[in-house]
Design a binder for this molecule. Structure first.
Ligand code: PMP
Length: 307
């Protein structure tokens, strides 16, 4: 269960959590016509707070809306200000932030017509998405029987609500089969991403991740690519097959929710030693320092705020 906050920003106003409701004929409920973001705010080591890569998340939200043809009622700057306001009103030094832009009630056909576009920003306290232990020990993963979207079937660059039915299918299958998470292969059979994470593998100290073509352009992915490069690693964006991961030294997921979560096994094949590998540990440790404001080289990624 999500831990309730006091208010949710809803169409420009702070609305009490329990009153932030919609009609059952909301277009997005029927046809998946919504776009959203997942963002994290962190409490910093010095007692201040920051929202990680806030502007870029809001730009991705605006781009997702553009891809779906949803007119965006607010500018990126307005959404950034609304996020900080909501964190402050709810007195949250750290939080998960969920903006959602969706087509509201009105016409009931597939065509959204003139239906209102509604926007919320919800914030709540949230710990490790896959569990604290997962961050340390890694998770067990299976390659899903469901393929990731073909790039011309769903728009993979849009973080669209409807796209996530594919993620729900893969995740529920994986959990029902006793795994923690799924890897989705694309329609050519190559590795694409997790149900809500990008994927990396390490072989002979070279870091590999699938090209961003058919996957969501993850901001954590981008952060880890930059960070790894700054730490002197070669990072190759190229097609990866599932057997390349089976025989990798290390593999890990990245995402706002998952942060950097090592993968201990894939399809019951132990990856490397079956524990968090040295590259994953190093990158995870450095990533956590950055988000907690302890590395000033990456201060430009932090949107600081105070309560
Ligand atoms: N892929 C998918 C399908 C996702 O849902 C997410 C989470 N937004 C990611 C990758 C990782 O993106 P980010 O690092 O920006 O959270």
């Amino acid at each position: 269960m999500v831990q309730k906050s006091e208010t949710i920003w809803f169409d420009g106003k702070q609305v009490p959590w329990d009153e932030a409701n919609v009609h059952v004929l909301t277009h997005a409920l029927h046809y998946g016509t919504g776009v959203f973001e997942g963002i994290r705010a962190y409490e910093c080591a010095d007692g201040s707070s920051e929202v990680f890569r806030l502007e870029e998340h809001m730009v991705r939200l605006a781009n997702s809306a553009k891809i779906l043809g949803i007119p965006m009622p607010y500018s990126v700057d307005e959404l950034v200000a609304a996020t900080v306001e909501t964190l402050q009103v709810n007195k949250l030094p750290g939080a998960y932030v969920r903006p959602l832009v969706f087509v509201g009630e009105g016409a009931m056909g597939v065509h959204p017509g003139e239906n209102p576009i509604r926007v919320i920003i919800a914030t709540w306290p949230w710990g490790a998405y896959l569990g604290e232990e997962a961050l340390e020990k890694g998770i067990r993963v299976k390659c899903s029987t469901f393929n990731r979207h073909h790039v011309n079937v769903m728009m993979t660059k849009a973080k669209a609500t409807g796209n996530y039915v594919n993620s729900v299918l893969a995740k529920t299958e994986a959990v029902a089969d006793g795994y923690d998470e799924a890897i989705l292969l694309d329609t050519t059979g190559h590795v694409s991403e997790g149900s809500g994470e990008n994927i990396f593998m390490v072989l002979n100290d070279v870091i590999y991740t699938p090209h961003s073509d058919g996957v969501l352009g993850g901001l954590t992915r981008d952060s880890i690519i930059s960070l790894a490069g700054d730490l002197g690693y070669e990072v190759r964006e190229e097609p990866i097959t599932r057997d390349m991961i089976y025989t990798a030294d290390e593999a890990f997921f990245t995402g706002t929710a998952a942060e950097l979560t090592p993968i201990s096994s894939v399809d019951r094949r132990v990856i490397g030693t079956g524990k968090a590998g040295p590259v994953a540990k190093l990158l995870q440790g450095e990533f956590f320092k950055i988000v907690k404001g302890e590395n000033e080289d990456y201060e430009h990624w932090l949107h600081r705020y105070s309560l």
